[in-house]
Each structure stands twice: as structure tokens, then as C-alpha cells.
Design a protein around this ligand. Structure first.
Ligand SMILES: Nc1nc2c(ncn2[C@@H]2O[C@H](COP(=O)(O)OP(=O)(O)OP(=O)(O)O)[C@@H](O)[C@H]2O)c(=O)[nH]1
Length: 308
């Protein structure tokens, strides 16, 4: 089994202050999983942040930061809170088990280990995690185009707004609307309209490829592109690229009074930087107003303005 396959079967972080326990668990799990380990709580949190394991096997009793404290720290971190934790401990009183579950663990394994039980419990928690990940992904994605949906955009724009405000970095938006899309549907049919939305969204996605960039379907034929850490000049570059990429798709639109091919209109808005006490709604309204101006002044273009 290759390293990539192992990761696909789940990356597990084993946290225990006794090397002997780490070795037993490593031996039990290494054929099916990628196994990482840490011998104290602080290192465990660091590795969890860097490596994003799919599951953590956590010793309850450790010197310094114990398992319960690690569990609380994991549950309090937005980036780590969805990682399932199985407590592994020699403590066998029911109140120990209750305490672990109340701290946020999903399961509890007693020492000494029964290797078959460890494997089975790990497998079952990984399956639940995978299903939860798939559901989360699905609930954040637009079914037709595969780009983020409006809910995902709303969550992300709020978080990015605060992040950019704290860091004193710009944040920009491009609101994008396909020109005369009603006429396109009327002329070519709804199925062709759906295929057009897929091709145009894929083309736009190619125009903004930084990890923090987010293209979302905002409404029927309306999209929004979030560009954190991007000022107005960079946003204009992206908008020009979108005009070009959509033009290069050369999707015939015989009914369009604007161009013989599918085109888009865009409204740009930048906060340089956002103000923490405020929220992104004004910026979204500004981008929308600029999109309206782009429509009014001939379509197949973008309009700009600044906003705080
Ligand atoms: N095929 C398809 N059409 C959709 C979808 N969602 C919205 N639409 C259509 O998009 C069209 C949007 O029309 P309008 O809002 O009038 O805008 P427009 O025709 O693009 O005109 P302008 O924006 O002024 O250029 C409507 O006909 C909707 O039915 C979809 O998922 N698939």
C-alpha cells in the first residue's frame, strides 16, 4: 500500500507519554493507516494543526497538559474541532468514561488494549468522520456547477473580513452576472443553459486560483468571487482575465444584443482594509451597485469603486 493510500485510509495521531503504548498502537494500525505520534499535549496540538489528522487517539493521563486539557483545546479551535477523539486510558471507572465523553471524545478505549477492538473502533470512527466530511462538503457546494454555494460564501466572507481587518489587509469582491441569460435559455433551452452555467463557472474558477480565493454561485446566473488579501488593482486584473476567459469559451449566443457569444458583466468593490467593527454587507451592496452600472453602460464589462 502506498503512502497516499494510507493517508486515504485515514491519518491517525496517537498521543501517549509512554513509548511502549505508542509502539503497540502503531503496530496495530500501520497496515491500514498513516500513523503520527506525540508524547505530550503541546506537541499533539502542534502536529494536529500542521497535519490535520482524521482521528486522534488520546491518552488521558499525561504529565503537564493532560488528555482532558488537550481535548478542550481541540474542541475550542475552529480548525481542529471536527477531528474525532478516542480516549485511550487505564482509568476504568464509569465517571472517567463520562468525563472523557463530556470533554468531547467520541469513544473510549481501556488499557490494556485489545488490538482487534482498537482497529474496529478506529475504522468505525473514520467511517463516521468521512460521512460527516462528505455531508459538510455537499451542504457547502452548488449542485449544478460544483462551486461553493451562497451559504458557504456567507460563512467564508465573514471569517475573511475579520481576518483581513485584523491583519490590515485588503479584501475585494467581484459580483458577476451572465448577460442576457434569460434570452439564452429561451433560445437554446434550459439544459443548454445549465451546461453554459457549468462552463462559465469553470472558466471563472481558472481566473482566481490562490488558496484563499472563493468563487460561489450567488443566485441563478449570478456569481460572486471573494478575493481576500487583494487590493483593487489586483482585482481589476482578475476581472479582465474573467472577461477574456469567458470570451475565449466562444459559446454562441445568437439572441444576445450585446455580443455574438456569451459574455458577463461585473461589479468590483474593495475594502482596503476592512473595518473590524463593520461587516461585509456594505461591500456586497457596492459590488452589486457596480454590477448594475456595468449592465446599464453596455454589459460585457466591469465597473469599479472603493468602499471601506
Ligand atoms: N438554465 C438555467 N437557467 C437559470 C438557472 N438559474 C436561473 N436561470 C435563469 O437565468 C435567467 C436570469 O434572467 P434575468 O435575471 O432576467 O437576467 P438576464 O436575462 O441575464 O439579463 P441581464 O442580467 O440584464 O443581462 C432567468 O431566465 C432564469 O430562469 C439555472 O440553474 N439554469
Amino acid at each position: 500500500m502506498s503512502w497516499t493510500d494510507l493517508a486515504r485510509n485515514g491519518r491517525i495521531l496517537v498521543v501517549d507519554d509512554a513509548m511502549e503504548n505508542i509502539q503497540i498502537l502503531h503496530h496495530a494500525l500501520r497496515d491500514e493507516h498513516e500513523v503520527l505520534f506525540a508524547m505530550d499535549g503541546e506537541t499533539a496540538l502542534q502536529i494536529a494543526l500542521e497535519q490535520q489528522p482524521d482521528l486522534i487517539l488520546l491518552d488521558a493521563v499525561m504529565p503537564g497538559m493532560d488528555g482532558y486539557a488537550v481535548c478542550a483545546a481541540l474542541r475550542g479551535s475552529p480548525r481542529l474541532q471536527d477531528i474525532p477523539i478516542i480516549f485511550v486510558t487505564a482509568l476504568i471507572q464509569p465517571e472517567d468514561e463520562t468525563r472523557a465523553l463530556e470533554a468531547g471524545a467520541v469513544d473510549f478505549i481501556s488499557k490494556p488494549f485489545n488490538v482487534a477492538v482498537v482497529r474496529a473502533r478506529v475504522r468505525s470512527q473514520l467511517t463516521i468522520k468521512r460521512q460527516a466530511d462528505a455531508m459538510r462538503e455537499l451542504s457547502m457546494t452548488d449542485g449544478l456547477t460544483g462551486v461553493a454555494n451562497r451559504r458557504s460564501f456567507n460563512d467564508t466572507v465573514d471569517a475573511e473580513w475579520r481576518r483581513c481587518a485584523r491583519a490590515g489587509m485588503a479584501l475585494s469582491l467581484i459580483m458577476i452576472d451572465i448577460d442576457h441569460f434569460k434570452l439564452y435559455n429561451d433560445h437554446y433551452g434550459h439544459q443548454a443553459g445549465d451546461a453554459c452555467l457549468q462552463q462559465v463557472s469553470a472558466a471563472m474558477k481558472r481566473c482566481a486560483t490562490r488558496p484563499q480565493d472563493l468563487l460561489a454561485r450567488y443566485g441563478g446566473e449570478e456569481f460572486i468571487l471573494l478575493l481576500p488579501q487583494e487590493a483593487l488593482d489586483g482585482t481589476e486584473v482578475v476581472a479582465a482575465r474573467i472577461l477574456d476567459e469567458v470570451r475565449k469559451l466562444a459559446l454562441p449566443h445568437a439572441a444576445s444584443p450585446t455580443a455574438p457569444h456569451i459574455s458577463v458583466s461585473m461589479g468590483l468593490a474593495s475594502a482596503m482594509p476592512p473595518i473590524d467593527s463593520s461587516d461585509p454587507s456594505t461591500l456586497i451592496r457596492t459590488a452589486d451597485a457596480n454590477l448594475y452600472r456595468a449592465k446599464q453602460t453596455g454589459r460585457n464589462r466591469y465597473c469599479i469603486s472603493l468602499d471601506g
